[in-house]
Design a binder for this molecule. Structure first.
Ligand code: BEZ
Length: 230
């Protein structure tokens, strides 16, 4: 039988208040949540500086930083590397690495140097069966009330899809603003799902009145509408 190498890892889950922390980063000292009031935060970990998959991820994420800023979202990176290693790696990325047409990319978001693993452990980013010396590829989506709204965990060998990270953020913001849900493979601008009715009466009304309200129902429990965006 395979040995179970996993000591129990504490991991915040959806709905938890995100653990608070202070950390030294490539952009100075940060305090969470104090420095991020009223903002969405994407806190993500990578296994190590100067590794190929992580390099492609950083170039991609840094190239999208303005798109996330426009969505009221700040990015924070983390790995179990020193401040000096982070600085040297980010300089190398800017000066030497081109990936998919992206070059001279400056990483302006803070990257935590978590040599003590204090922050990584609070967020369950160390998963000993995968590695006990580096963080897995975790992504925490934290809302402006400091609640964990979604999380992703990828193994060391697979780079993340940053379009999906953006899509998920926009979906959650759309859900919060309009009290709707978003269907499979939804893309911003596409029709959204109206919450299902809570009683038999409202189910009947829903189907009968749907067309008048511009709601398209496939059946009483699955109705779509187009959002009127400003
Ligand atoms: C990488 O980023 O390339 C990587 C990091 C750790 C393990 C495997 C790949």
């Amino acid at each position: 039988m395979e040995q179970n190498c996993c000591e129990k890892t504490h991991m915040p889950v959806i709905g938890d208040v995100a653990p608070s922390f202070e950390a030294d980063t490539t952009q100075g000292h940060i305090k969470f949540p104090e420095d991020y009031e009223g903002k969405w935060v994407i806190l993500f970990s990578h296994p190590a500086d100067f590794t190929p998959v992580c390099t492609t991820e950083f170039i991609t994420f840094a190239s999208m930083e303005k798109e996330f800023a426009a969505l009221n979202c700040k990015l924070i990176g983390l790995s179990i590397d020193s401040h000096y290693s982070h600085i040297a790696w980010l300089r190398t990325i800017k000066e030497k690495i081109e990936y998919k047409g992206m070059k001279n990319v400056e990483v302006n978001f803070p990257v935590i140097a978590d040599l003590t693993m204090d922050v990584a452990k609070k967020f369950g980013m160390i998963q000993p069966c995968e590695s006990n010396v580096s963080a897995v590829r975790a992504v925490f989506f934290i809302d402006p009330k400091a609640k964990v709204r979604a999380l992703m965990y990828y193994p060391l060998s697979t780079g993340r899809n940053f379009q999906e990270i953006k899509r998920l953020l926009i979906s959650m913001q759309t859900v919060d603003t309009h009290n709707v849900a978003t269907p499979a493979d939804w893309q911003p601008g596409e029709d959204v799902i109206v919450p299902p009715p809570g009683s038999c009466g409202t189910a009947k009304e829903r189907v009968e009145g749907a067309q008048k309200e511009g709601i398209k129902c496939l059946d009483w429990f699955i109705c779509f509408k187009t959002l009127k965006l400003k």
